[in-house]
Design a protein around this ligand. Structure first.
Ligand code: 5GP
Length: 112
């Protein structure tokens, strides 16, 4: 099922895009939880991490490397947190796989 993130990829709805390559796109979260809060999404529609399978291995690895690249590009390469909410009970609200890249303030542990 296409979500609003597919519309962001298609430029049908606006977003503050900070990074794009052939496999993924990163844009600022509309409701930031930290001074840097970027969502990194695959262009391929995978609803949630648990739906990814062996053929997606290269894409998932690519996204991890892209996350580091985005963090460095935004000047937070030394301290950032990646979050993936998988499933509604884990806080997922948009069912197009996304990595949250959070940085720019102290990030405590455990998370809420
Ligand atoms: P989830 O709760 O699924 O892990 O994260 C979804 C994220 O998408 C939330 O942090 C929410 O603020 C963000 N979001 C929802 N709608 C939009 C939108 O239209 N534009 C942007 N840039 N972010 C959105």
């Amino acid at each position: 099922m296409p979500t609003l993130f597919s519309k962001i990829i298609a430029r049908e709805i606006p977003a503050d895009i900070v990074y794009e390559d052939e496999m993924c796109l990163a844009f600022r979260d509309i409701n930031p939880q930290a001074p840097v809060h970027v969502l990194l999404i695959p262009k391929q529609e995978i609803p949630k991490l648990a739906d990814a399978a062996a053929p997606d291995q290269a894409l998932l690895g690519h996204m991890m490397l892209a996350a580091g690249k985005v963090a460095r590009q935004l000047g937070v390469g030394d301290a950032f947190r990646l979050v993936i909410n998988n499933g509604a009970e884990a806080g997922q609200t948009v069912f197009h796989l996304h990595l949250h890249i959070l940085a720019g303030r102290p990030l405590h542990w455990p998370p809420g």
